[in-house]
Design a protein around this ligand. Structure first.
Ligand code: PMP
Length: 389
């Protein structure tokens, strides 16, 4: 029996970019001490008070089917947070709760694209993006952001591909580059969306991890509220990756459609997890700053270590839990570098090529191990790079 073309095509044929990661995991299974700087998972667990609240909510009976769009209390808390952070008046009717940002990305594209529609996204990209677009039977079109422009997307490049497109997917703070889109970049993007009647899907799951500049939600830019769907998540901001809780935020009529989709797919998110998410949001920004603090510290460590060498170049590390390093001076591809580094130093990083052609010759370093070990690994990485030049 055959699977559908749609599901068979999710991976699109090529390498899925996880070879180095899989090799590192196999080495660890064989007892090798590998320093893993690969995936975006905090080195802390979900905070005990959040888990205690989850436990309390479950014991108090919130274990049946929960409200499908999300509990009014959680939707209100997210709406209030978005209103406060962006100045755009937002109510619970603009918010639908999803099982994580990943499912929000799928829902947002499912809601805006017909089969075969042109769907734009920026390269380098979060690894699942093309698969998500293929998964809704769209025609994914990557638009490169260039290292020479510090990976800020260029409005003219987007406009050149926009004819016939329906959506544009962006992500700031960015995974994998660590770049935060500037006001000028976002103004340019907003203009292209208005000129070409595009939906903008804005993945803002790293919005609490900004080290330089400010996070601007493009939904707040003039004329954008009616054409922007924002993807949010508790995974990164509250170290709740395993709880699978996020949201899509947008115009009320679109949220109504999304609720129909949820009714026929996920049927909502567990009530006790929603209650714990509400509790977590109520802890305020100081709590979120504490979750982000280790990455802020390690970024400073990296800037210090990298200042003392010339073999690798740091892409402006403005946000998110990653560093992007340009290793082209070694003459190696990102993939070649990552594989050789794993063999020589037992340090696992992601090849830039895993995130698109625009990140070729780069590696992504997740700042997800404890400070001393992180510093040692970076020093070893630099010494390794120097040996290759
Ligand atoms: N968007 C980006 C850019 C991400 O890096 C991730 C997770 N790594 C997600 C969305 C999805 O996160 P989650 O489903 O855990 O909310």
């Amino acid at each position: 029996m055959q699977a559908s073309n749609r599901i068979s095509n999710i991976l699109g044929g090529g390498s899925d970019g996880w070879d180095v990661f899989n090799r590192a995991r196999a080495m660890i299974a064989d007892g090798v001490a590998v320093t893993e700087l690969t995936i975006g998972e905090h080195d802390i667990r979900t905070a005990a008070p959040i888990l205690q609240d989850m436990h309390r909510a479950a014991l108090s009976g919130h274990t049946g089917y929960a409200s499908i769009p999300g509990t009014p209390a959680l939707r209100d808390a997210i709406a209030a947070r978005v209103t406060a952070r962006t100045g755009v008046p937002t109510t619970r009717d603009n918010v639908m709760i999803t099982p994580g940002g990943q499912s929000a990305l799928y829902a947002a594209h499912f809601a805006t694209l017909n089969p075969g529609d042109r769907a734009l996204y920026i390269d380098p990209f979060y690894a699942t993006y093309p698969g998500t677009l293929r998964g809704v039977s769209a025609d994914p079109v990557a638009i490169p952001a260039h290292p020479e422009q510090a990976f800020q997307p260029n409005a003219a490049d987007i406009a050149a591909q926009a004819a016939g497109a329906k959506t544009l997917l962006i992500n700031s703070p960015n995974n994998p580059t660590g770049v935060v889109y500037s006001r000028a970049t976002l103004d340019g993007i907003a203009q292209v969306c208005k000129d070409h009647d595009l939906w903008l899907i804005s993945d803002e799951v790293y919005d609490t991890q900004v080290w330089e500049g400010a996070h601007i939600s493009p939904r707040a830019l003039p004329g954008m509220e009616g054409r922007t769907l924002v993807v949010g998540s508790m995974s990164k901001s509250h170290a709740m990756t395993g709880s699978r809780i996020g949201w899509v935020l947008g115009p009320v009529d679109m949220v109504d459609h999304l609720i129909n989709l949820a009714t026929h797919t996920t049927y909502g998110v567990p009530g006790f997890i929603q209650d714990a998410a509400r509790f977590a949001l109520d802890q305020g920004t100081a709590f979120e700053d504490d979750i982000a603090a280790p990455f802020r510290r390690r970024r400073a460590i990296a800037q210090k270590v990298l200042a003392g060498q010339n073999a690798v170049a740091l892409v402006p590390a403005q946000g998110a839990m990653y560093l992007m390093l340009d290793v082209r001076s070694t003459g190696m591809s990102g993939e070649g570098f990552a594989n050789a580094l794993l063999d020589a130093e037992q340090i696992a990083v992601m090849p830039g090529e895993s995130f698109g052609a625009a990140a070729a010759g780069h590696i992504r370093v997740a700042m997800t191990v404890e400070d001393t070990r992180f510093e040692q690994a970076l020093r070893a990485l630099c010494t390794f790079a120097e040996r290759q030049t």
